[in-house]
Design a protein around this ligand. Structure first.
Ligand SMILES: C[S@@+](CC[C@H](N)C(=O)[O-])C[C@H]1O[C@@H](n2cnc3c(N)ncnc32)[C@H](O)[C@@H]1O
Length: 230
């Protein structure tokens, strides 16, 4: 945040909006660094969990249930962040544009929106599978993410998450499907060009190297756009 403030804002950011905060990974880290944080997510269980995490750490943030298609916070923020493809949960141009519009109402003029999402280069395989394991104390979560029914024509795919959870007295599995919208670099550029409120100022990948801006083109998969509020 300090590097972003130095590069894109005149002065330090004070208030940050974490959009689709999930389990609060960034909300908690930002609150711990002294930012005034507003955060929202559509999922009530996520919000209850983030509030519990904050309480446990003695931290404070304004964390509520909200929908990306309509949520507006006041007072306005200096920076909004939306990471790891949360934006792709918006399944149409209309919903994405509503989101850009209401986020513009939540960010002051000259403020920044950091938008991270995975793009689909034209030569990329539509089928994909990722697997990872996370451990905390004596709990292990084994996650498999599979892409299903991806179509360049409909611009939709389904991400199936299979979680196997193992703790001392318990083990269970959960399977959830999430419909996501696909974007090529050109489709993202064209969407952003339809927004009157945001100007694309820089593009990065998930190495987050602020000294190395990239170009929004078909070479990029994991992409981070820096948008400035006009
Ligand atoms: C990839 S996770 C977020 C991860 C989190 N930002 C992080 O960096 O750890 C995507 C989140 O988007 C939320 N979500 C999906 N559709 C939404 C909507 N229309 N409005 C708000 N949140 C939404 C889901 O509930 C989920 O928690």
């Amino acid at each position: 945040m300090t590097a972003v403030s130095e590069k894109y804002l005149s002065g330090n950011a004070q208030r940050v909006l974490d959009i689709g905060c999930g389990g609060g990974r960034l909300t908690v880290a930002l609150a711990a660094r002294g930012y005034e944080v507003a955060a929202y997510d559509l999922n009530e269980s996520c919000i209850a969990y983030v509030q519990k995490r904050l309480r446990r750490r003695g931290l404070d943030a304004d964390v509520v249930v909200g929908d990306m298609r309509e949520f507006v916070t006041t007072p306005k923020c200096d920076i909004a962040i939306n990471t790891v493809s949360t934006f792709r949960h918006l399944l149409s141009d209309n919903d994405a544009l509503f989101h850009l519009e209401c986020t513009a109402q939540s960010v002051r003029r000259g403020g920044i929106y950091i938008l991270g999402l995975h793009l689909l280069p034209p030569d990329a395989d539509l089928d994909d599978e990722e697997h990872w394991v996370a451990r905390h104390s004596r709990t292990t979560v084994d996650v498999t993410m599979r892409v299903r029914n991806a179509s360049r024509k409909s611009r939709l795919e389904t991400l199936r998450f299979t979680l196997k959870v193992q703790s001392v007295n318990n083990h269970f599995a959960i399977e959830s499907d999430f419909k996501m919208r696909l974007y090529s670099a050109a489709q993202l550029k064209s969407l952003l060009a339809k927004s009157d409120e945001w100007e694309l100022v820089d593009v990065f990948d998930y190495w987050y190297d602020i000294e190395q801006p990239l170009v929004l083109n078909n070479e990029l998969g994991d992409t981070v756009c820096v948008l400035r509020r006009k």
